[in-house]
Design a protein around this ligand. Structure first.
Ligand code: PMP
Length: 351
C-alpha cells in the first residue's frame, strides 16, 4: 500500500495554523470562566447554552466508540455527513487541478461539494446492475485523482456495492477511498469499519439521520485513521456540533432498543411493500434494496409522481437521472403509510 498522507494533503492545509478556541486552550476544572466572552447570567433557557460546546465532542465520541467498537481517536463528527464530505475535498483537492471519482446514479452532495470547491468530478456510471464498472474506473484514475467516493448501500438505487470490488479499489488506489454507509443499518452487509486497521486509505461515513431518526439534529460520523481525523479537526469550524445536539444525541444513543426495533420493522415493511408494488400492473421493476427506501420503475413515472402529489403523498422523482428512467424512490413509511400509498396507487388509472 502506497498511501502516503504527507504527499496527498494540500500544502496550504499542512502549513496552516488552526484556530485555537478558548475551550481548546483550557481543559481542566475551574469555577469561574472569563475566557470566552460568554454571558455569565446563562440564557432564557434552562440548559447551559450560554457556554460554548465541547469542540471535540468527547462525551459523544466516547459513547459512539463503545457502540461502534472503534477508538475515539478514529472518530470525527460533522454537522451531518455533508460537512465531512466538504472538509475532505478541501483537505485533499487542489481547486482547478485535482479531481474526484463518483459513480452515478449516487448521492448528490459529493458532486456539489466538489463543484463548490472548483474540483473536477469524473463520473463513471454504475453498470445497469448498479455495480461498479471496474474497468472504466481503472482507466479513469489519473495523477490528479484525489478521492474516490463509493456509496453502499447506494442512494438512490438501494443496493449494496460488491464487497470484493470495494476491496480491489482500496488495495489499488493510493488516495483516500470514502465509503458512505449512511444506510448500513438497514443492510444485511457488514460495515467496513472493522477494516480500518487494514486499509489506511479507508474513510467510512455514517449518520444519525437515518436509523437513529435524528436527521433534525445534524450529526454525521466519520471513521478513519487518527492522522486523517486530526486533519479534519484542524480545518473544521471550532464549534461545529452545538450543545443541544451533543446533549440530545447522548440521550438517544442510550436507546438502542428503540433503533433496533424500528430497523426490524422497516426491513420487514420494505419487503412487504416490494411485493405489493411488484403486483401493480404499471410497475416495471422494484429493485433489490438494502436501505430504507425502494427504487421502483413504473410506466409513466412522471404522471404517477404528479398523481401521488395530488393525493398528498410525496415520493422522490428520479426519472430524469441516468439509469433511473421512469423511476421513483420511495422511502419506507410506517405500516399505515405504506398501506395508504398502495391504496392510492390502486386508484391510479394508467391512460
Ligand atoms: N449520504 C447519503 C448516501 C445520503 O443519502 C444522505 C442523506 N440523504 C447523506 C449522506 C446525508 O446525511 P446527513 O444527514 O448526515 O448529512
Amino acid at each position: 500500500m502506497r498511501f502516503n498522507l504527507e504527499n496527498l494533503v494540500r500544502e496550504n492545509i499542512k502549513a496552516m495554523k488552526p484556530y485555537s478556541s478558548a475551550r481548546h486552550e483550557f481543559s481542566g476544572t475551574a469555577s469561574v470562566f472569563m475566557d470566552a466572552n460568554e454571558n455569565p447570567y446563562g440564557s432564557a433557557l434552562p440548559d447551559n447554552f450560554n457556554r460554548y460546546p465541547d469542540p471535540l465532542q468527547r462525551q459523544v465520541k466516547e459513547k459512539l466508540s463503545q457502540i461502534k467498537r472503534v477508538p475515539s481517536q478514529n472518530i470525527f463528527l460533522g454537522n451531518g455527513s455533508d460537512e465531512a464530505i466538504d472538509l475532505l475535498i478541501r483537505i485533499f483537492c487542489e481547486p482547478g487541478r485535482n479531481n474526484v471519482l463518483i459513480f452515478p446514479p449516487t448521492y448528490g452532495m459529493y458532486e456539489v461539494c466538489a463543484h463548490v470547491n472548483n474540483v473536477q468530478v469524473k463520473e463513471i456510471s454504475l453498470t445497469p446492475a448498479f455495480q461498479l464498472d471496474m474497468e472504466a474506473i481503472e482507466q479513469s484514475v489519473d495523477t490528479g485523482t484525489k478521492i474516490i467516493f463509493i456509496c453502499s448501500p447506494n442512494n438512490p438505487t438501494g443496493n449494496s456495492i460488491e464487497r470484493n470490488d470495494i476491496e480491489i479499489i482500496l488495495n489499488n488506489f493510493d488516495g483516500p477511498v470514502v465509503l458512505d454507509e449512511a444506510y448500513i443499518n438497514y443492510s444485511s452487509q457488514r460495515s467496513f469499519i472493522p477494516e480500518l486497521t487494514e486499509y489506511p486509505n479507508l474513510i467510512v461515513m455514517q449518520t444519525l439521520s437515518k436509523a437513529w431518526g435524528l436527521a433534525g439534529l445534524r450529526l454525521g460520523m466519520l471513521f478513519a485513521s487518527p492522522p486523517v481525523i486530526d486533519l479534519l479537526n484542524k480545518i473544521k469550524y471550532p464549534y461545529n456540533i452545538n450543545t443541544a445536539t451533543q446533549h440530545l444525541v447522548l440521550q438517544a444513543l442510550d436507546k438502542r432498543e428503540w433503533m433496533n426495533e424500528h430497523i426490524a420493522t422497516t426491513v420487514k415493511e420494505r419487503e412487504l411493500l416490494k411485493e405489493n408494488l411488484s403486483r401493480l400492473d404499471f410497475t416495471l421493476a422494484v429493485y433489490p434494496s438494502d436501505a430504507n427506501f425502494l427504487l421502483v420503475k413504473m410506466q409513466n413515472a412522471n404522471t404517477i409522481y404528479n398523481f401521488l402529489c395530488s393525493k398528498g403523498i410525496i415520493v422522490r422523482n428520479r426519472s430524469n437521472i441516468n439509469l433511473c428512467e421512469d423511476c421513483l424512490r420511495i422511502t419506507i413509511g410506517t405500516p399505515e403509510e405504506n398501506q395508504k400509498l398502495l391504496t392510492v396507487l390502486k386508484e391510479y388509472k394508467p391512460k
